[in-house]
Design a protein around this ligand. Structure first.
Ligand code: KG4
Ligand code: ZN
Length: 366
């Protein structure tokens, strides 16, 4: 790659309508020229979760303005772009379609290539937006939609080491909050109450902790929380104890699985063992501290991208597009004929070997 590549990225796979313009310089330095995000939290809050139909409509209403704002803020014109990239899956199909149609229309009108980007690849590459983070590294992706360990070996070269077999960790936080009447999104509310509670008050299960491997399961925890919530009157203290004990259970599982993942991760002679954590759950202080200490004990370095890049964003999609363009992978990534994919595992080989990951409600996002 001998010249800078400027890419417009569009993200619409869940409840954020986002656009960003990113420039990848020769040598790998990244300049984020602009980032615009419209969150739909208010639209979904009354339903205590993301409603796909409401999300799709909101994306359709917000996409044009979001892209326009990102382009204006970036100071570049459509002619200056080298490509347009949009999330093409996995995610809520209505939103993905809106983002792809917007991206394809702009690409066609401006005469630029269109890149269909895997949302998970965006997350996998997100630390490279702001940090010097050479391949390979270990990624723990923990959000409301994803919970998996990935070995990021290179662009387009990902190995899934383990994943939740049911709910994502963020989903467990959201369900716990819902059970306790704490609103949506649940993570921050549960964390706030947990600070006043006793983490040892209730002995919640640590699912799959006593089994080898890196798979996780959080659906059973929800049942345990429901049982605890129904067992005694829900006083402030009781609620705080449930939150603290629940958070401790999730923290223990994530910390122990991360310890195992780091143990088996060999970055190569003389290379730093880098651990990256991304996803909304990475905002949780107790989880972050536990991962920090696990990383330190393993002689590893924990790298957490800034929160705006941990959660869904368009800069990571633009970067994935730019890196693909730089590597000459644009045909493989897709073109104007690419379709939206509700499920799109990053590690196709692992998904084929274990189809449990590509069926069910969460499928490839989990
Ligand atoms: O990455 P994200 O914004 O969206 C996707 O799910 O893709 O993650 C949102 C998730 C929600 O489930 C939310 O409850 C959780 O991240 N979350 C937290 C915290 N802040 C957000 N979970 C635990 N503790 C937090 N402080
Ligand atoms: Zn995501």
């Amino acid at each position: 790659m001998t010249r800078a590549l400027t890419v417009l990225g569009i993200e619409t796979s869940c409840d954020e309508t986002a656009a960003a313009v990113v420039r990848l310089l020769p040598g790998g330095t990244v300049e984020i020229l602009s980032e615009t995000v419209h969150t739909q939290l208010e639209e979904h809050a009354p339903y205590l979760g993301v409603v796909p139909e409401i999300a799709a409509r909101a994306h359709a209403e917000l996409a044009d303005e979001t892209v326009r704002a990102a382009m204006v803020a970036s100071g570049v014109t459509y002619t200056d772009l080298d490509a347009v990239a949009a999330t093409s899956g996995p995610g809520l199909i209505g939103g993905v379609l809106v983002g792809m149609m917007t991206g394809k229309a702009i690409a066609q009108a401006a005469g630029k290539p269109f890149l269909a980007v895997n949302h998970l690849e965006g997350h996998a590459l997100s630390p490279r937006l702001t940090h010097d983070c050479p391949f390979p590294y270990l990624l723990l992706l923990v959000s409301g939609g994803h919970c998996q360990f990935l070995e990021v070996r290179g662009l387009g070269d990902y190995r899934r080491l383990g994943s939740t077999i049911d709910d994502a960790a963020g989903e467990a936080f959201d369900k716990t909050a819902k059970l306790l009447g704490l609103g949506f999104p649940g993570g921050p509310a549960v964390e706030r109450l947990a600070a006043a509670g006793d983490a040892k008050a209730i002995d919640f299960p640590r699912p799959l902790l006593n089994r080898p491997g890196l798979d996780m399961s959080f659906a059973g925890l929800k049942t345990a929380v429901a049982r605890a919530a129904g067992a005694e009157p829900l006083t402030e203290t009781r609620m705080a104890n449930i939150c603290a004990s629940f958070q401790a259970a999730i923290t223990d599982v994530l910390a122990e699985k991360t310890r195992r993942a780091l143990d088996g991760f060999e970055p190569g002679e003389g290379q730093t063992k880098r651990l990256v954590v991304a996803g909304g759950v990475a905002a949780n202080r107790s989880i972050r501290e536990a991962l920090d200490s696990v990383a330190a004990s393993a002689g590893s370095v924990l790298l957490a991208p800034p929160m705006r890049h941990c959660t869904d964003n368009a800069a990571m999609i633009a970067l994935a597009g730019a890196e693909r363009l730089a590597a000459g992978l644009e045909d493989e990534a897709g073109d104007l004929g690419a379709g939206a994919r509700p499920r799109w595992p990053l590690d196709e080989t692992a998904a084929k070997l274990d189809p449990a990951y590509v069926t069910g409600r969460r499928g490839a996002k989990a």
